[in-house]
Every structure is written in C-alpha cells, then in structure tokens.
Write a protein that binds this ligand. Structure first.
Ligand code: FES
Length: 95
C-alpha cells in the first residue's frame, strides 16, 4: 500500500500529494494548492464538491442534501470526506 497518492486536478493543471488516510481537501490546503472550495469540512455543506475522473477512493459519511445519490453515481464526491486508495484524477465542479 502506498504512503501517499498523487492527486491531479485535470482542469487546473495542478498536482499535489495526499498521504494515505488523509482526505483530499485537507491535503490540498496543507500543501497550499487552493483549488477546491472549502466550507464546513464535515461533509455537510457541499462547497467542496468535485468529480473523480479516474482512480479508487473511499467516501465517508456525507449529507444526502450535499451529495445526492445520482451525483455519487456520476463520480461526484465531497473532497473533505474523500480518502484516496490510488492516484486520482479530479475535476473541480463549476469549471
Ligand atoms: S467542506 Fe462542507 S462538505 Fe466538504
């Protein structure tokens, strides 16, 4: 199992590393890659919604209002509750 994963932000041409077990929002903040909107940091507001285009991940408990089931099926996640299990390619929503 890798100690860290590479997170490539496709529509911003940015890349950063995320430690194993860390969520992809906090790792981006830690590394000063401020491309994902932040809000509650607890899976409730939906500000950090992004789409995963490639890779494996685990999504923690999130508000169904912030992330409806249909959006999950399309690959949308809440970055503050998403932990990578492989390198990921993500896309920032709204761009
Ligand atoms: S920051 Fe509020 S759901 Fe992620």
């Amino acid at each position: 199992m890798a100690n860290e994963y590479r997170i490539f932000v496709a529509n911003k041409s940015r890349e950063y590393l995320c430690r194993h077990g860390q969520n992809i929002l906090s790792s981006s903040i830690e590394q000063g890659v401020r491309v994902i909107k932040r809000g509650c940091l607890g899976g409730g507001c939906g500000f950090c919604k992004i789409r995963v285009e490639a890779g494996q991940y685990e999504l923690g408990k999130v508000s169904i209002k912030a992330l409806p089931a249909e959006e999950r099926k399309e690959g949308f996640v809440l970055a503050c509750k998403t932990v990578p299990l492989s390198d990921l390619v993500i896309r920032i929503s709204g761009d």
